[in-house]
Design a protein around this ligand. Structure first.
Ligand SMILES: Cc1cc2nc3c(=O)[nH]c(=O)nc-3n(C[C@H](O)[C@H](O)[C@H](O)COP(=O)(O)OP(=O)(O)OC[C@H]3O[C@@H](n4cnc5c(N)ncnc54)[C@H](O)[C@@H]3O)c2cc1C
Length: 502
């Protein structure tokens, strides 16, 4: 399912695969918005930078985002003040506000045409019982000396109970922006795509970044793991501190004039709205239907929900594009930015952007680049990647432990009672064959695809995703297509494929 962004941008160019051993100052693993922003800043400072991606530039989460650039990450400031204090919350707000300014400066400096516009951003509720949480958030933000407003009339096609409004937030076309960054530096920064990094090791005071699929290595003094979800499990142990959450988007031609602004509801289920250009049309983007990646979903519970909402308010609308992606969420809801692990100097990470990576990736890139150049960064302490704080989000922690134990231990030994004949055409499921679990997909012509349904990251039992026809990991969110090809991190190896004649 293609995003509006990929269908409205034809500037994707091919970069080579890595084809020899090379050396550089900084090797960046991953060319999403975080990796490319790091490359951009380091290039300005004269570093010799190599960027490696297993896919295309911005082809994964970044290419499928909603593209809102805001410091308003839900009703977040009451949460931050209550759990981490005023000083922490103030720094978080300031860091993300600076990111909006930084992104605008880059766009102006490099003359990047990416449909950037300043917009008001609203977090709203339609539920009068939740109005207090909106008013509390207004108070919380004002206590940080930021001029937010309470608004109850916002221009949406339905009534709301109230909202918190941040002015001078922004939106853009994420692919045009990241490709603009890439184009501005690619004469002096080496990009390699369709090259998978399989290992990073210390060696004689530098790092060796191995790409087993092409058989070559990069030696560098500094490494930045910008691969979304770290695929290196030990040290770091990020797989014990984060989960992935999927959300869905549709782009709709409403055939009506649309409202200004960007919106997200504080209710459950939560919906997100913005507008975006598509040729001469102004489309409405509706996002939502969030669920933990790897948990059960079907068309009705995902795109169906968004389409019903669109039809309710715009009965004559056409849904032009549907897409989805997922992002990492840390248990305390704070990203991990900085040293990958305390015992690995010069090795950095930025992850856990919890669906707000447009601004947070800029914050992260500035922190990591300052660490590389030895410059102080006032925001680095709040995102400390090796923090061992008590887990604030106990519910999520419990969910994660229960889900991981279930997929890693219980489901693996539990017999599957599904029979092959019970799998409908164009669907998949796990069947026991001679005591072993096999993941089958039957396409519409009854061609059969059989894979080993165990994640190549840490061995969890995968679940079938009937919306995208993929095998998804309920533990850490890796995804594979029905032929077994790895699509999403943290796994990077394909599934074992069985010959159906076996
Ligand atoms: C539905 C949805 C809507 C969102 N909307 C917004 C929004 O409106 N505003 C906002 O601020 N944020 C939003 N986000 C969040 C934002 O999109 C992400 O936080 C951000 O794109 C993450 O960027 P990244 O560079 O860390 O990851 P990615 O874009 O995923 O980049 C990581 C790159 O690393 C590569 N990679 C992975 N493993 C390897 C490997 N082993 N070797 C080589 N390369 C590798 C991948 O191919 C990929 O290109 C949204 C998220 C979702 C899920």
């Amino acid at each position: 399912m293609d995003s509006l962004w990929s269908k409205s941008f034809d500037g994707v160019r091919n970069f080579p695969r890595l084809s020899q051993d090379i050396c550089c100052d900084v090797c960046i693993v991953g060319a999403g918005i975080f990796g490319v922003t790091c490359a951009y800043y380091l290039n300005l400072l004269g570093f010799d930078v190599v960027v490696i991606d297993k896919d295309d530039i911005a082809g994964k989460t970044t290419g499928n985002t909603t593209g809102k650039i805001t410091s308003q990450h839900g009703l977040f400031y009451s949460y931050l003040i209550n759990n981490f204090g005023h000083h922490f919350a103030g720094l978080y707000l300031e860091a993300n506000e600076s990111a909006i300014t930084n992104i605008k400066s880059i766009i102006d400096k490099e003359n990047i045409s990416c449909d950037f516009s300043f917009e008001n951003n609203f977090v709203y509720t339609t539920d009068f019982d939740r109005l207090k949480s909106i008013r509390d958030e207004v108070e919380a933000v004002r206590s940080l000396n930021f001029p937010c407003e309470f608004a109850s009339s916002v221009g949406l096609p339905f009534n709301i109970a109230g909202s918190v409004c941040f002015k001078n937030q922004a939106q853009f076309h994420p692919l045009k922006y990241v490709w603009g960054l890439c184009n501005s530096i690619c004469d002096s920064t080496r990009f390699f795509t369709h090259t998978t990094v399989s290992d990073v090791r210390q060696d004689n005071g530098s790092y060796v970044v191995s790409c087993d699929d092409v058989g070559y290595r990069v030696r560098s003094k500094f490494v930045i793991l910008a691969c979304h979800y770290p695929f290196i499990n030990v040290p770091g142990f990020y797989f014990t501190k984060m989960y992935q959450s999927s959300s869905y988007l549709i782009a709709v031609d409403t055939k009506k004039s649309l409202f200004d602004g960007m919106f997200i509801s504080a209710d459950s289920p939560s919906f997100s709205f913005r507008t975006a250009k598509f040729g001469k049309k102004n489309l409405l983007l509706i996002g939502g239907a969030e669920h933990k990646t790897g948990s059960y979903c079907n068309y009705d519970s995902t795109y169906g929900v968004l389409e019903n909402l669109a039809k309710k308010y715009y009965p004559d609308c056409d849904v032009l594009f549907r897409w989805n992606t997922r992002d990492c969420v840390s248990l305390d809801k704070i990203p991990y930015i900085g040293l990958f692990a305390n015992n690995l100097p010069n090795f950095y990470v930025g992850t856990g952007f919890k669906k707000w990576g447009m601004s947070l990736s800029n914050v992260a890139a500035n922190i990591v680049v300052d660490m590389i150049t030895g410059k102080d960064n006032v925001y680095s302490s709040i995102f400390n990647s090796s923090r061992l704080n008590p887990i604030k989000n106990r519910d999520e922690f419990k969910n994660m432990v229960v889900q991981s134990s279930k997929s890693l231990l219980i489901d693996k030994i539990k017999r599957s009672h599904l029979h092959f004949e019970d799998i409908p055409l164009n669907s998949g499921g796990i069947v026991e064959v001679n005591g072993d679990k096999v993941g089958f997909f039957r396409d519409v012509d009854d061609n059969i695809f059989a894979v080993s349904p165990f994640c190549t990251h840490l061995g969890c039992l995968l679940s079938w995703n009937d919306v995208d026809k993929t095998w998804d990991c309920p533990c850490h969110g890796s995804r594979f297509d029905y032929t077994g090809k790895n699509l999403y991190d943290p796994a990077f190896k394909d599934l074992k494929v069985f010959d159906v004649m076996d």
